[in-house]
Design a protein around this ligand. Structure first.
Ligand code: GTP
Ligand code: SPV
Ligand code: MN
Length: 598
């Protein structure tokens, strides 16, 4: 198979493409140039083959619909591996395979898997092209769906190749659908080779290799050696009435509210005070310390790959505006008029349609066990350009990024974790991030609802031993003169009936206001064994229909429950053995003492 060498003189790149094509054996190779014309052609082709369905172009201009295979609807963490020379480098937090075994196993699946198909070459940049902070990747894929998603999620095409020149560094990203068989699916990362191989899947996080694979797993590995952070964090700017914008980076596990928080609309009482929200990113933050001694962040993505169920004009108006055009809808309900719907979306429940599996659907339809059949998969998603978001920050393209004043960690916990608390200092903040826990959601394959520890929301995404990752956090903190303050939030505490106590969504700004005021030393706090919490009077509850005993409940720190938690933290820490930084053990001991003493 000849590789078109008119495109680039990058010998290493051409040789790699040649080698991969030799293995996968596609009928042809097509370079993605980033043009509208090529994008439209590919879309047409995918509509003809049925890979995509064209949606109602009057109501949803530029939008298409895609269904994945039935067993390919979320990231498969058990099939995701870090392939380093030594197992210890991957740590107890990762599945590990030796590079030799991994390349061999995947080669067997890739072999001739692109026969009768086209291999697309996608040059992409995470972060603005030519920014010192960006990383270049080349993804090879046999999926037009992947190409069209990448065109939204990253800077793609000739401009990236030009920037790469004859010898620029790039991450090798190979993706193939193969048979879309879960038993022949592998998501492999080779941080020491700067390479990713993904085979047997067609679902988002498994196949849009610039996203979780490069921008978190590979990038976290790079950041450790290069002195920066690659994090599973949204970035939001909160502008106040004096036109000062405070930037916050927040890490919540998958499907725990990043996209929603990143583009929230202030509730009336806070809008009146002059607050405005600017969205910088909803999933990934790359952060580094600059000469001014502050921590600066960019969002390396140019699009959102967001959860649809639960998204409506009330919960997330900005998202609903963003996805009106040029959007790829995956695994939602297809209505008879070729528009789309999902559970807890806008408008009345449609009387009929075709569900995400392709079967006729009606409300109330039940399966053989009497369970209601959803129209949309719980992890159905939209892919849309950030620039279409009404709250998109004017700084989304700024290669320097934005300065971060607060870091917020958070999980989905029905009990224990209060609505918000602030850590005592950076080291205690790293401890707070390291003990995060959250209920498993539909964003990953596995037991839903079970609480698991997910430090910094990075458990599935840290490309190396997490004990070393904690050290990197502790160490890098020492280089930050203007350290961001570190907080923890929980929007998901429930009452005895299992209902969320906190209204969430827009009203989360009430909590962010306290956080920002703490950063600016404008408000006090109450000291508890786990950190500082607000007094009820310091959270603006104007216009909220919630009684003060509920707020008490939300802010409660139960020492006995927390002592139980420290046992589980000890157990979690023990898997890291002597690698765990002693600072964290000492924070744990201090927490136990404070809980017993107060
Ligand atoms: P990933 O894209 O998987 O990383 O998820 P995410 O963290 O961006 O989560 P997202 O904002 O998409 O929210 C996931 C689900 O949580 C959606 O169904 C939301 O409606 C719901 N959700 C988000 N914020 C809140 C909140 O403040 N309160 C409650 N109760 N639900 C929320
Ligand atoms: C997540 O699961 O955290 C996501 C979606 O943001 S995916 O791209 O599939 O990882
Ligand atoms: Mn995510």
């Amino acid at each position: 198979m000849a590789v078109d060498n008119q495109k680039t003189n990058h010998k290493e790149l051409l040789k790699w493409i040649f080698d991969m094509a030799k293995m996968c054996n596609p009928d042809k190779i097509v370079w993605i140039d980033g043009s509208e014309k090529q994008k439209e052609q590919l879309k047409k082709e995918a509509i003809q083959t049925g890979e995509l369905i064209e949606l109602n172009q009057e109501k949803l201009p530029g939008c298409v619909y895609h269904r994945t295979a039935l067993n390919d609807v979320a990231r498969t963490e058990h099939l995701t591996f870090i392939c380093t020379d030594k197992k210890e480098e991957a740590g107890p937090n990762n599945n590990w395979m030796s590079p030799e075994e991994a390349y061999k196993k995947a080669s067997d699946i890739f072999k001739d898997s692109m026969q009768g198909r086209t291999m697309y070459v996608i040059p992409f940049s995470m972060g603005p092209v030519e920014s010192e902070f960006s990383k270049t990747g080349i993804e090879l894929t046999d999926s037009i769906y992947v190409v069209l998603n990448m065109l939204i999620m990253a800077e793609v095409g000739d401009k990236v190749l030009k920037f790469l020149g004859n010898d620029g560094r790039f991450t090798q990203c190979l993706h193939g659908k193969a048979e879309l068989d879960i038993n022949k699916r592998l998501i492999l990362h080779f941080p020491q080779d700067n390479a990713i191989w993904s085979v047997g899947s067609g679902y988002g996080g498994n196949v849009l290799l610039g996203k979780k694979c490069l921008s978190l797993r590979i990038a976290s590995y790079m950041g450790r050696f290069e002195g920066w952070f690659a994090e599973h964090m949204l970035i939001i700017g909160v502008e106040d009435s004096s036109q000062k914008t405070t930037y916050i980076a927040a890490a919540f596990p998958s499907a725990c509210g990043k996209t929603n928080l990143a583009m929230l609309i202030p509730p009336q009482s806070l809008a009146k005070k002059g607050y405005k929200i600017w969205t910088v990113g909803d999933d990934i933050a790359w952060m580094r310390v600059k000469e001014d001694g502050s921590l600066w962040a960019i969002n390396p993505e140019t699009g959102f790959f967001g959860v649809l169920p639960g998204t409506n004009s009330k919960t997330n108006y900005n998202a609903m505006q963003t996805i009106k055009k040029n959007t790829i809808y995956t695994n939602v309900l297809l209505k008879d008029d070729k528009t789309v719907w999902w559970e807890d979306g806008d408008g009345p429940v449609p009387e009929s349609g075709t569900d995400w599996t392709g079967k006729p659907w009606k409300p109330g339809l039940k399966d053989e066990n009497g369970k209601i059949i959803n129209g949309a998969n719980p992890n159905s998603r939209f892919t849309a350009p950030i620039k279409q978001c009404p709250s998109a920050s004017p700084l989304i393209d700024d290669p320097e990024g934005v300065p971060i004043s607060a870091i917020v960690f958070g999980g989905r916990r029905a009990s224990l974790a209060p609505l918000v608390y602030q850590s005592f200092d950076w080291q205690h903040g790293v401890f707070t991030g390291s003990i995060m826990a959250s209920e498993i959601t539909a964003a990953q394959y596995g037991a839903q609802g079970k609480v698991r520890r997910d430090p910094m929301a990075m458990l599935p995404f840290c490309g190396y031993n997490m004990a070393e990752y904690f050290k990197h956090w502790l160490q890098t903190g020492k280089n930050i003169k203007n350290q961001p303050k570190i907080f923890h939030v929980n929007w998901f505490r429930t009452d005895k009936q299992g209902k969320f106590i906190w209204p969430g969504f827009s009203d989360n700004l009430r909590v962010l206001e306290w956080i920002i005021d703490r950063c600016n030393e404008k408000v006090g706090a109450v000291e508890t064994p786990i950190g500082y919490i607000p007094s009820q009077a310091d959270i603006d509850l104007d216009g909220l229909d919630i009684n003060s005993s509920d707020i008490d409940e939300l802010l409660k720190v139960n020492n006995d429950e927390w002592l139980g938690e420290t046992e589980s933290i000890k157990e979690f820490y023990s898997q890291f053995g002597d690698d765990l930084p002693q600072e964290l053990n000492s924070e744990l001991e201090k927490l136990v003492k404070r809980l017993k003493d107060s």
